[in-house]
Design a protein around this ligand. Structure first.
Ligand code: GAP
Length: 456
C-alpha cells in the first residue's frame, strides 16, 4: 500500500526535512565544512549524491550536446575579469532588492514576502520596521595577485553563460559552424544570495547546465527556435522521472525578466514550497554578443558562408540548475509505503539516474559457497554495469530496505538454487524490483539484460 507519493500532499509531513535527513544519513549531501559550523547556502556531495548529480549531468550532456550534430560542448574558467560583467550587464543589473530589520539588523530579500513575515514572527511582540529597499549585487568578487598594489579584482562567474559568450569567436574560428548551432556547458556558478534557503534550492555555490543556441537574427526564426527549445527542455526534465502534472511552463511577466531577456519562460516544479523554478528558457537576442563586441572591441559577427552576409546571431538559452534538479528529483522520488507488513521509505528514482543500479547479495553470509558464487556474479555484472554494490551485511530484509532507501532499482539474490539445489534452477537468481518488492527468477544473463535495458 502506498502511503504517500505526491510532493504536494507530503508538504504537511515535512518531506523536505525527511529528504535532508536521508541525504545526510545515507551519504548523499552534507552541509559544507560542517565540522567548522559550515557556511550558509554551501553543501558538499557525498558518495551517493555525487553519483546522482553526475548521472543527471551526463543525461543533460548526452541529450543536449553529444547526441546532436549542431551543438558543441565546452568548459570555461570560473574566474573572469570585471570587464566581462560590465559588458554582460551583471555589474549593474544582477541585484536583488534588500531591506534591513531595525531590531536585529538582519538583511533580507524584499521581494519574498513569506521570508519577511517569518522574520516578523521571530520578533513576536516587537514591531519590526523595515528600511527602504536597496539593490544588492549578487556577484562574488575575489582578488588575484600577491601584492595589494598589483592585485586585480576578478569575479567567480554569476552564470556559466558568459564563459560561452566570450568564447563565441574562438568557436567560430576553430569549428567553423553554420547557423543555427549551439554551445553547451556544465559548471559551477556563484551568487551572494541574500537569503540562501530550502536546502539545495537557493545556494551560494551551485552548478548550472546550459545551452546557448545561436540562430539567424530573425523574428520568425526566433519564435520557432524558442518554442522548440522550450518543449525540448520540458521533455528532458520529464525524462528525469517526473510526472508531467508535477511540472509546468510559466512565462515571466514584463517586470520579472532578467535584463538580457526579450522573452523568458520557467519550467516549474510543484514542490512542498509551492511551484518553484527548476529551469529557465531565455530569448537573449543579440544582447551578450553585441555588448561583448562593444566592450572588447572584438568583432562577434558571423559571416554566412553561402551569401557572405554578416550578422550578430541571436541566442536562445536553456539554463538549468543541477542542484535544483537533484533536489526536485529527490522530492519527486521520495515514497513511504507498507511492504510485507512494515513501513518502508524508498526513492523511486529513474534507473538511469539512480546512484546504485543494482545490489548483489548472497542469501546467507555464513555459507562460503553462496558468498563465492555471489562474488563471481557481482564481478561479471560489474563489467557491464559499473555502479553496483555487493552487500552481505545483516539479514536480507534489512539489505532490501537499505537499497530501497537509496533508490537502487534492482537487487540480485544468490541462493541455494543458484548453486543447483534444484538442478533445473542452477545458475538462476532472483531479481527484486524496488517499487513493488516483487521478485522473479531469471537466468544470470536474463537478469543482467533486464538491468542493462532499464538504465539506458
Ligand atoms: N544563464 C541564465 C541564468 O543563469 P537563472 O534563471 O538566473 O538564469 C538558471 O538561473 C537556473 O540556475 C535556475 O533555473 C536554477 O535552476 C539555477 N539557479 C539559479 N540560482 C540558483 C541558486 N542560488 N541556487 C541553486 N540553483 C540556482
Amino acid at each position: 500500500m502506498e502511503l504517500c507519493n505526491n510532493p504536494i500532499l507530503m508538504s504537511d509531513q515535512n518531506v523536505m526535512e525527511n529528504i535532508v535527513s536521508l541525504c545526510k544519513r545515507r551519504g548523499f549531501i552534507f552541509p559544507g565544512s560542517e565540522i567548522y559550523g559550515g557556511l550558509a547556502g554551501i553543501y558538499d556531495y557525498g558518495p551517493l549524491g555525487v553519483e546522482l548529480r553526475h548521472n543527471i549531468k551526463q543525461h543533460f550532456w548526452n541529450r543536449f550536446i553529444a547526441e546532436r550534430d549542431d551543438v558543441y560542448g565546452m568548459s570555461a574558467a570560473i574566474l573572469m575579469p570585471e570587464r566581462v560583467w560590465e559588458a554582460s550587464g551583471h555589474s549593474t543589473s544582477f541585484a536583488d532588492p534588500m531591506v534591513e530589520c531595525n531590531i536585529c539588523h538582519e538583511q533580507l530579500r524584499a521581494d519574498q514576502p513569506e521570508i519577511l513575515v517569518d522574520h516578523e514572527a521571530f520578533h513576536k511582540g516587537e514591531k519590526v520596521e523595515w528600511s527602504n529597499q536597496t539593490p544588492f549585487n549578487l556577484l562574488v568578487p575575489t582578488r588575484l595577485g600577491a601584492s595589494e598594489k598589483s592585485a586585480t579584482t576578478a569575479y567567480l562567474r554569476g552564470e556559466v553563460t558568459q564563459g560561452v559568450q566570450v568564447n563565441f569567436k574562438n568557436i567560430l574560428d576553430s569549428m567553423h559552424p553554420k547557423l543555427p548551432f549551439g554551445i553547451g556547458q556544465i559548471g559551477k556558478a556563484f551568487r551572494n544570495e541574500i537569503a540562501p534557503r530550502d536546502f539545495l534550492f537557493r545556494q551560494r555555490e551551485f552548478e548550472q547546465m546550459e545551452l546557448q543556441y545561436y540562430i539567424r537574427p530573425d523574428e520568425e526564426e526566433g519564435k520557432k527556435q524558442f518554442e522548440y527549445w522550450k518543449q525540448f527542455a520540458f521533455d528532458w526534465y520529464v525524462s528525469l522521472g517526473f510526472k508531467k502534472e508535477h511540472l509546468r511552463l510559466r512565462q515571466h511577466a514584463d517586470d520579472e525578466r532578467a535584463h538580457y531577456a526579450k522573452d523568458a519562460w520557467d519550467i516549474e516544479f510543484s514542490s512542498p514550497m509551492g511551484w518553484k523554478e527548476a529551469w529557465g528558457v531565455h530569448h537573449r537576442g543579440d544582447w551578450d554578443l553585441r555588448r561583448h563586441q562593444e566592450y572588447s572591441g572584438v568583432s562577434m559577427e558571423y559571416v554566412d558562408p553561402d551569401t557572405g552576409e554578416k550578422s550578430i546571431p541571436w541566442d536562445i538559452e536553456c539554463s538549468g540548475g543541477v542542484d535544483r534538479a537533484v533536489l526536485f528529483v529527490l522530492l519527486e522520488a521520495y515514497r513511504e509505503d507498507e511492504l510485507g507488513g512494515e513501513v518502508r521509505t524508498y526513492l523511486a528514482l529513474a534507473p538511469k539516474i539512480a546512484p546504485v543500479k543494482a545490489a548483489v547479495f548472497p542469501l546467507l553470509k555464513n555459507k562460503p559457497e553462496l558468498v563465492a558464487k555471489a562474488r563471481e556474479i557481482y564481478s561479471s555484472l560489474k563489467t557491464l554495469v559499473s555502479s553496483i554494490q555487493f552487500d552481505d551485511n545483516g539479514n536480507i530484509g534489512k539489505r532490501y530496505r537499505r537499497q530501497d532507501e537509496i533508490g537502487t532499482p534492482f537487487c540480485v539474490t544468490i541462493d541455494f538454487d543458484t548453486l543447483g539445489e534444484h538442478p533445473e534452477l542452477k545458475d538462476t537468481v532472483t531479481l527484486r524490483h524496488r517499487d513493488t518488492g516483487e521478485q522473479e527468477r531469471l537466468s544470470i544473463p536474463e537478469a543482467a539484460a533486464r538491468i542493462c535495458s532499464a538504465i539506458e
